[in-house]
Each structure stands twice: as structure tokens, then as C-alpha cells.
Design a binder for this molecule. Structure first.
Ligand code: PLP
Length: 400
């Protein structure tokens, strides 16, 4: 339709939302559906954080805030980066937005000109290429391999860089693979980036706290001081504190970039919700007990689903270091048929037939730029995860 803008016609609707919608429709028809397609912790927001929000409301802190966020939250962000990542930022180098997603959108809108390239390592979070395209940029996919547990190698990064590259999107632990980069792996990638001073780094650390088996999280700005001047380090409270609905993300980076992002945010939203910002102050400054609890529970669930999926004939599931997703390959099942005679040619067929046959909703890997795989989110109860994995095993065993 001519009424719709050219930039909107460049972007796709979210595949994860589409799967969740189909699962809801089947459930409404009375089917017993287990949807493991969502990207949010199943826990409730901790009480101390809710309490801080109630108190902010009682104090009347319900008005517009400064566009870049209340000083108390920006100071908490500075303290968080110092405490957890040994990074030195000033308040002026920080910004608070409506979720990490708006941080990324602001950064891209503030910097990407038509035709500029943004390197998106695949598999990737579905929003990266769409946000790049919305800004008139060109997503350039750099495919990470199963052999390297879906982590980008230095030579793969190098091959994707051109004179038009503006940013590389860097997400560790990764949605959808759960893969997290070790310090040594990051240092090797940083060596490449040092050779290309025109390339900026957007570090999406949103899953920082969800790492297992004692994995040491590292963010790019930490390992290469010479990259700090062109790195935006983004994070948020959504995944770390079960606060997806509060919509608070934050970032730190060079002042000039932060100012440009603030200018955009001032026109788009005027800033983040005042009450949520006070809640986020408590999340960052208050007790961190919840993080330790959720990490332990998620690790147990990860171990359960990895083990059960690897027992399903034809699935190959690496053990991810972090996040709450697993990303198995179903390549060995392509070309087989279901009991009802349907042929499985792609990962999309696999998840669609699995949903029909067993009522388990997963998202096909090709939606994240890497197939034939699927993403299973284990942000659900152990009992439902066990049930879902049993159904996946039964489905895989039934294919001929
Ligand atoms: N980055 C990644 C990799 C994500 O998976 C998500 C959410 O799913 C976000 C950023 C954005 O999270 P939020 O906007 O809730 O802070």
C-alpha cells in the first residue's frame, strides 16, 4: 500500500511473536500446548524492587524525568559498570531508555546513514537486522558455525568488514544460541577490530548475569582500552531482574554518541517511565540475591533440557554457557516424514509439525539467521520442561 512508508516495508514482523500467537490460538481451541518460545524469565520481579516502585509513586515521582534518565539511576549505572565490569564512565556518558531495545534503536538511528553496513553475527537476535533496515542501513550477516559453538571466529569477522561498515553488533551470551565468549575469544576479535578504526562496537550485555558453571563474563570495552572510544556498552534490567515489563535499558559510551541518542529519545519518548526508573535504581543498588537464585535454577534447567534433547534421535544440542535458550540442530531429521505423511524439509517444517503433533511451540532457527536449528527457551518450570522434552523425543522418534 502506497500509504505505508518504504522503510516499514523493509522490515519483517517478529517470528517469535508469530509462534507465540499460534500457540495461544491452539491453546484456545483446547489443545494442551507448552510454549517455549518466549524470551523472558518466568520468575516474578523481586519484592524489594516492587517496593521501590510503590514508594516512588507515594512520593509523587510520577512526572516526566530528564530525557536521559534520573540522576540517581545514571549514577547507579556508573556504579554498576565500575563494580561488575571494571569500567570507568561518568554520568554524562550514560543514558537510560525504554528497554535495551530502545537503546539499540537510538544508537542506530543516531548514526546509520542509508547504505551504511552493520555486521550482524548469525545466529542473531531477530530485532538487529530489522532495526538496521528501518534506519536505511544494510545488515551484513557473518555466520558463526556449529563447529565453533555458534561463536564468530576472528577471520569470519574480518571477512565481513568493508569500508562501509559502521557497527558490529556483539551479543554475549547470545540470543538465540546461549553462547558466551571467553576473554581469550574476545581478545582475538578485538585484535581484528583494532585494525579497523572506523568500525564501532555495540556490546549487548543484556544476558550478562545468566552464565553458568562459573563462566566469567567479559564485555568488549573491558579488554581493549583502545576500543572504548568506539564502543557502546548496553545492558538492562529485563533479564537480570525479571523486569521485562518495566522497560528499562541503559548504556554507556562516548559522550558525543550519548548526546545524539538523547536527542532522538527526546523526540520519540521524552525518556523512560519515572516509576520504572526508581525500581531500576533499587535493582542495581539493592540486594543481588535474586541474580544468584535465578542463575542456579536456570543452570539446572539448562542441564535438564540439553541432556533430554541430546537423547532425542537426530538432534544435536551444544551446551550453552549462558542466557536461557538452547539452539539444537535438527539437520539429521531433514528429509524424514511424520506419521501423518508430512515431509520435514526445513527447520520451519520441523517446529510447525512438532506443534501440530505434540503441542510444543519452539522457534525455527532460520528466523535467527541460522538453520536448520530451533530455539527452545527454558524460562519455564522444570516439570513443563521435562514434559516438553519428552514430547520432542517422542516426535523425533516417530519420524521415518
Ligand atoms: N538484546 C537481546 C539479545 C535480547 O534478547 C533482548 C530481549 O529479548 C533485548 C536486547 C532487549 O531487551 P529489553 O528491551 O527488554 O531491555
Amino acid at each position: 500500500m502506497a500509504f505505508i512508508s518504504d522503510s516499514l516495508s523493509r522490515i519483517k514482523p517478529s517470528a517469535t511473536i508469530a509462534v507465540s500467537q499460534k500457540a495461544r490460538e491452539l491453546a484456545a481451541q483446547g489443545r494442551n500446548v507448552i510454549a517455549l518460545s518466549s524470551g523472558q524469565p518466568d520468575f516474578d520481579t523481586p519484592d524489594n524492587i516492587k517496593q521501590a516502585a510503590f514508594e516512588a509513586i507515594r512520593r509523587g515521582q510520577t512526572k516526566y524525568t530528564a530525557v536521559a534518565g534520573i540522576t540517581e539511576l545514571r549514577e547507579a549505572v556508573v556504579a554498576k559498570f565500575k563494580r561488575e565490569n571494571q569500567l570507568d564512565y561518568t554520568v554524562a556518558q550514560t543514558i537510560v531508555s525504554n528497554g535495551g531495545k530502545q537503546v539499540i534503536a537510538n544508537a542506530l538511528m543516531a548514526t546509520v546513514n542509508p547504505g551504511d553496513e552493520v555486521i550482524v553475527p548469525a545466529p542473531y537476535w531477530v530485532s538487529y537486522p530489522e532495526l538496521v533496515a528501518l534506519c536505511g542501513g544494510v545488515p551484513v550477516f557473518a555466520r558463526a558455525s556449529r563447529a565453533n559453538n555458534y561463536k564468530l571466529r576472528p577471520e569470519e569477522l574480518e571477512a565481513a568488514i568493508t569500508p562501509r561498515t559502521k557497527w558490529v553488533m556483539f551479543n554475549s551470551p547470545c540470543n538465540p544460541s546461549g553462547a558466551a565468549y571467553t576473554r581469550a575469544e574476545l581478545e582475538a576479535l578485538a585484535e581484528v577490530l583494532k585494525r579497523h578504526p572506523h568500525v564501532w562496537i555495540l556490546a549487548d550485555d543484556i544476558y550478562e548475569h545468566l552464565v553458568y558453571d562459573g563462566f566469567q563474563f567479559t564485555t568488549p570495552a573491558q579488554i581493549a582500552p583502545e576500543l572504548v572510544e568506539r564502543t557502546l556498552t548496553m545492558n538492562g534490567v529485563s533479564k537480570a531482574y525479571a523486569m521485562t515489563g518495566w522497560r528499562i535499558g541503559y548504556a554507556a559510551g562516548p559522550v558525543q554518541l550519548i548526546k545524539a541518542m538523547e536527542k532522538i529519545q527526546g523526540q520519540l519518548t521524552s525518556g523512560a517511565c519515572s516509576v520504572s526508573q526508581w525500581a531500576a535504581v533499587e535493582a542495581l543498588n539493592g540486594s543481588q540475591d535474586y541474580i544468584h537464585h535465578s542463575r542456579k535454577v536456570f543452570q539446572e534447567r539448562r542441564d535438564l533440557v540439553v541432556s533430554m534433547l541430546n537423547q532425542a534421535p537426530g538432534l544435536d544440542c551444544p551446551v550453552p554457557e549462558g542466557a536461557f535458550y538452547v539452539f539444537p540442530s535438527c539437520e539429521a531429521l531433514l528429509g524424514k516424514r511424520t506419521e501423518s505423511g508430512k515431509s520435514i524439509e526445513t527447520d520451519e517444517d520441523f517446529v510447525s509439525e512438532l506443534l501440530d503433533a505434540e503441542g510444543v511451540a519452539l522457534v525455527h532457527g532460520s528466523a535467527f539467521g541460522q538453520g536448520p536449528n530451533f530455539r527452545l527457551s527454558y524460562a519455564d518450570s522444570t516439570e513443563r520442561l521435562r514434559d516438553a522434552c519428552t514430547r520432542v523425543q517422542r516426535f523425533c522418534s516417530s519420524l521415518r
